[in-house]
Design a protein around this ligand. Structure first.
Ligand code: PEP
Length: 251
């Protein structure tokens, strides 16, 4: 099964307006056939980023969204608001949301439901802590994050989901999981999707790897059987690095 690769840049809380305009004008040079490229700027940069990339194939996506449609939720942004400015995909469940903002599996499943109800697509992040891996609990953690976060949705909706496996110990640390660890976990995730939703859906689901992907390791990671691209943090803030990673996925 040939799945088109995806490379998504997560800018996190970086880039002011001017900086983001500069990076986007560089990103406009990206011209690849075999990769879906996405960027997730901060909320304040979504609107103009989307306008600037209007005629480009790069999709602008959100880093997060709230599960309620509207109301007294100070500081939050809903699916309806994102759709209103043309944003049709959101990252949900990034480990930094889980860790620093107390987002539990229950909250994340509500966000997933809201995204699905609003016909938005989702990049759903999962990943174990180093302690989980050292205690040999990593498969259990990943399975429970999947079961609690997205396995309740109808199979017909699964086409709206991209899974991003991001071992927490590899995010922003420079430490990348090795090829065996990555392939083994991606295969495990695909097998779980198969046992829950069947072969066709499991063969179509895209599973990205995230965690210190850089130009020097992207090619090897993207060549692994069950890896369908990457979610890129730090290296997405620099055009030359991000472009090299996109090119590695395009091969
Ligand atoms: C991320 O934040 O999703 C990520 C993978 O970050 P980094 O590439 O910096 O490790």
């Amino acid at each position: 099964m040939k799945r088109k690769k995806v490379v998504a840049g997560n800018w996190k809380m970086n880039m002011n307006l001017e900086e983001s305009k500069k990076l986007i004008s560089e990103l406009m040079q990206i011209n690849v056939e075999n990769v879906d490229v996405k960027i997730a700027p901060s909320f304040t940069n979504l609107f103009h980023s989307n306008i600037m990339l209007d005629s480009s194939s790069i999709e602008v996506i959100s880093q997060d969204m709230h599960h309620e449609q509207k109301g007294a939720f100070t500081g939050e942004i809903s699916a309806e608001m994102l759709l209103g400015i043309g944003i049709k995909t959101s990252i949900i469940g990034h480990s930094e949301r889980r860790k620093y903002f107390g987002e539990t599996d229950l909250i994340l499943s509500k966000k997933v439901n809201s995204a699905i109800e609003n016909k938005m697509k989702i990049v759903f992040c999962i990943g174990e802590e180093l302690m989980d891996r050292n205690n040999n609990n990593h498969f259990d953690i990943i399975e429970s994050q999947l079961r609690n976060g997205i396995f309740h949705i109808e199979s017909s909706q699964f086409k709206n989901i991209i899974i991003a496996y991001e071992p927490v110990w590899a995010i922003g640390t420079g430490m990348t999981a090795n090829s065996d660890q990555i392939q083994e976990m991606h295969q495990f995730i695909r097998d779980l999707v198969n046992s829950k939703f069947g072969n066709e859906i499991s063969q179509n689901i895209k599973i990205l790897y995230g965690g210190s992907v850089k130009p020097s390791n992207a090619k090897e990671i993207f060549s692994l059987k069950d890896i369908d691209g990457g979610l890129i943090g730090g290296a997405s803030l620099n055009f030359s690095d991000f472009n090299s990673i996109v090119e590695a996925a395009n091969e």
